[in-house]
Write a protein that binds this ligand. Structure first.
Ligand code: GRF
Length: 203
């Protein structure tokens, strides 16, 4: 399966997916990486693995619509089976999302539907939550609102800080994202009538 990964930052989730494709856990290949930010580390990771990459700087476009149109045009040429948002910090328009309906996954650092949007670790600490987690979900037009596929849960300890939560959660993200991408690529996970659908023979 052809996977295109959209990034804006360090790309540790991208790395996990590249590793699991090379190791054969995921039956797929990352064919391209697209970033909306120049010089991010995710681009170095792509280069190191000889994966083609492209920067579409959103600040160079007059409107969200124009940026999304250009991104969609590039994606269409790349013909992905799956688009993976891995720390991609742009809100995508309804028109864009509908073009890739059922073919686009995101990972979000909270136990959705709790805390969509930014500053999730801070919200967990401020609210003295006992648990935190990450969610892999299909992307719909609602921000961080699409059907959830898989979640990781961690305990929040008294001495936890935003950096400690971020780093603990990141290790769980790499595992659950790779697993969800594996399931999608083997055809045992899909979106059916806007609901998550798992085939019986998950292995
Ligand atoms: C992760 O915390 C993910 O949940 C969020 O952005 C971060 C991406 O990190 N959407 P990385 O760029 O994959 O290292």
């Amino acid at each position: 399966k052809r996977i295109v990964v959209l990034v804006s930052g360090s790309g540790s989730n991208l790395q996990a997916i590249i590793n699991e494709c090379s190791g054969g856990f995921i039956n797929g290949k990352v064919v391209a990486v697209i970033s909306n930010v120049h010089n991010v580390y995710a681009l170095e990771r792509a280069k190191f693995h000889s994966i083609q990459s492209l920067v579409l700087d959103h600040t160079a476009y007059d409107s969200r619509h124009k940026f999304d149109e250009e991104l969609a045009a590039h994606l269409t040429k790349l013909a992905p089976d799956l688009v993976v948002l891995a720390g991609f910090m742009r809100i995508l328009s309804k028109a864009f999302v509908s073009q890739f309906h059922g073919k686009m996954l995101n990972i979000h650092p909270s136990l959705l539907p709790k805390y969509p949007g930014l500053y999730t670790h801070k919200k967990v600490i401020d609210n003295k939550d006992k648990q935190h987690g990450a969610s892999v979900h299909f992307v719909t037009a609602e921000l961080d609102g699409g059907p959830v596929v898989l979640q990781s849960v961690i305990a929040v300890c008294d001495n936890d800080s935003m950096p400690s939560l971020r780093s603990k959660l990141a290790s769980t993200e790499w595992l659950i994202y790779a697993l969800a991408v594996k399931w999608f690529c083997q055809g045992t996970l899909r979106l059916q009538q806007d609901k998550v659908w798992f085939d019986d023979d998950l292995d």
